[in-house]
Design a binder for this molecule. Structure first.
Ligand code: ZN
Ligand code: ZN
Length: 314
C-alpha cells in the first residue's frame, strides 16, 4: 500500500512537471504589457541614423540609443508609400493598396488580433495619426474580421476625408489619449518630415525630422514616468518609407520606387524585454514589427508574414 502511494505521488509530480513545461512553451514570460509604435513619416535613413553625426536626431542619439536597440539593416520590402508602409506594420503583409484612404487592408491588424484574443474593449487600442487616411488601418476586408475588434482612432483634422493635421496638434491628442484611456496598444503617425519633403523645402524637411525626434523623446519619457506604463511598455520607432536618393528623380522631394533611399528605414526598439545600448544589423523589414508585438504580448497573428526579431530581445 505504501509502495503504491509513493508511486502515485511520483507519477503525479511527473505529470505536473510535464504540464508546466508544456505551458512554458505556449506562454512567453515577457514583462511587456503595452506596445507603442511611432511612425515618423517619410524620413530618409541618410538623415536619421544613417548620418554618422546624428545631427537631426539628437534625442535618439544622446538620450535614447543607450537604453534601446537600433537595427541598421531595416527595410521596406513593398511599395514605398505611406499606406503600404503602415499596412505592412499593422498587418504583417506588404500589400499594394490605394494611398489616398480609399481602400482598407486585406488582413487583420495587430489591433484586431489583440483585441479579439484578449477580449478587451476598443479603447484599449488606438490609432492616432496626423494623416486622416490612416484611419483605414482600423479595419480590413477579410470577412472573418471586417468591422470586428476594431481599435479606437483619432486621425487627421477630424477623421478620414478631413485632411492632415499638424503634428503639434497630434501630439496633444496623443497625450490626451494616453491620460484618458491608457491604451495597451497604440500606433502613432507624424506627418513630418514627409509633408515638408513633398514641398521641396530642405530646411523644413530637416526641421520635420528634428521636431519628430523631440515628440518621440517626450513620449519615451512619458512611458518611463507614468505609473501605468513605467517598466512594462515597449516602444518601436520607425518610418513607413524613406525618400529617393539624391541621384534618383527629384531626390528628397519624392519617394515611391525601389531605390535604397526609399527602402532603407530606421528602427529603434526599447522596453523591459529589449537589449540596451546596442546596434544590430540583421536584415529585417516592416512586417517583422507585427510578429514581434504578437510574440511579446502573447497573441496570434496567423496571417502576418513577419518574423520575430529575437536579436532585439534579452
Ligand atoms: Zn509622401
Ligand atoms: Zn526612391
Amino acid at each position: 500500500m505504501l509502495q503504491f502511494t509513493k508511486n502515485s505521488i511520483g507519477f503525479l509530480v511527473f505529470i505536473l512537471v510535464l504540464f508546466s513545461c508544456a505551458n512554458d512553451k505556449v506562454k512567453n514570460n515577457f514583462i511587456t504589457e503595452n506596445v507603442i509604435v511611432i511612425v515618423v513619416d517619410g524620413a530618409r535613413y541618410s538623415e536619421t541614423w544613417g548620418d554618422p553625426t546624428h545631427q537631426y536626431v539628437p534625442n535618439m542619439a544622446d538620450s535614447m540609443a543607450s537604453f534601446g536597440v537600433i537595427n541598421t539593416n531595416f527595410y521596406s520590402k513593398g511599395d514605398t508609400w505611406t499606406v503600404t508602409g503602415h499596412t505592412a506594420i499593422t498587418t504583417g503583409n506588404f500589400q499594394t493598396i490605394n494611398n489616398t484612404g480609399l481602400e482598407i487592408p486585406k488582413n487583420a491588424s495587430f489591433f484586431q488580433c489583440y483585441l479579439k484574443e484578449k477580449g478587451f474593449s476598443s479603447t484599449s487600442a488606438w490609432i492616432v495619426a496626423s494623416k486622416d487616411k490612416l484611419e483605414v488601418l482600423s479595419d480590413c476586408t477579410d470577412s472573418k474580421w471586417k468591422g470586428k475588434y476594431t481599435p479606437s482612432k483619432n486621425c487627421g483634422v477630424n477623421g478620414i476625408g478631413t485632411g492632415y493635421r499638424n503634428d503639434s496638434l497630434t501630439f496633444i491628442e496623443i497625450m490626451n489619449v494616453f491620460d484618458n484611456f491608457h491604451p495597451n496598444l497604440m500606433l502613432i503617425n507624424f506627418r513630418e518630415p514627409d509633408f515638408s519633403g513633398h514641398q521641396g523645402n530642405w530646411p523644413n524637411y530637416l526641421k520635420g525630422i528634428t521636431d519628430t525626434d523631440e515628440y518621440v523623446y517626450q513620449i519615451w519619457n512619458y512611458i518611463q514616468t507614468n505609473p501605468f506604463y513605467k517598466d512594462k511598455t515597449t516602444l518601436f520607432v520607425t518610418n513607413d518609407h524613406g525618400r529617393h536618393l539624391d541621384s534618383v528623380a527629384d531626390g528628397f522631394v519624392s519617394h515611391g520606387d525601389n531605390c535604397e533611399g526609399c527602402k532603407h528605414l530606421n528602427l529603434y526598439a526599447f522596453g523591459p524585454d529589449f537589449k540596451k545600448g546596442i546596434e544590430v544589423d540583421q536584415n529585417r523589414n516592416l512586417t517583422d514589427i507585427s510578429a514581434t508585438i504578437a510574440y511579446l504580448l502573447n497573441f496570434n497573428m496567423p496571417k502576418s508574414k513577419g518574423k520575430v526579431m529575437l536579436e532585439l530581445l534579452k
